[in-house]
Design a protein around this ligand. Sequence first.
Ligand code: DC
Length: 232
Amino acid sequence: MTAQDGPQARVVAIDGPAGTGKSSVSRRLAQRVGAQYLDTGAMYRAASLGVLRAGISPDDEAAVAELVGGLLIDLHDGEDETVVLLDGQDVSSAIRDDEVTGAVSAVAANPRVREQMVELQRRVGTGRFVVVEGRDIGTVVFPAAGLKVFLTATPEARADRRHRQNLASGRDSDPAAVLASVNRRDHLDSTRAASPLRRAEDAVEFDTSDLTLEQVLDGLTELVERRIGVRR
Ligand code: DC
């Protein structure tokens, strides 16, 4: 069996740092080509919410790993976003709270949590036509994915997007502080011991700095059609 006809042949792996438009691109690409969509960041966020609700410190590695092992995390494609269930309760909105965003880096750096999440992701994606979005999808979770994409954009372009999002949602935003935060997150994500963010050697790198969402989608749709084929 070759990678072209293996159980990961119809997996589209999309990795890259925050602020590259990864979530919008992945969700819309899945809709366009008729694939399922799996947002793995939402899984780490749901795990982090469970940790916070249990009153456990995100840095307590052993307690976090044990708690997360007992959580029931379930994801469904919703109309506009992924519906995330934590122990049967819809937490799609709660996982985007600042408190969760503050805790998720520590939880996602926990090697035992990563093992559990990777297993769950493989169970959901293997054998399916699915767009999977994350940080380690092409390198660790689905190394034989039919198509691997690494989205990039300059730190300035990513900070600018985040700054505009902040203003659009009525939040205060200082461009210099946003850029510093983007650089700090990049450093943390790419230097952590467990599955640091890096481009898989066979991933197609796509720089979104000067492209619109539609332009990125057009490029990726063509790649999916060429590499995987689209069943309509
Ligand atoms: O993409 P996001 O902001 O929703 O991701 C939330 C956090 O989870 C972020 O800190 C990176 C981490 N993450 C990860 O380590 N591995 C993944 N496959 C997906 C997300």
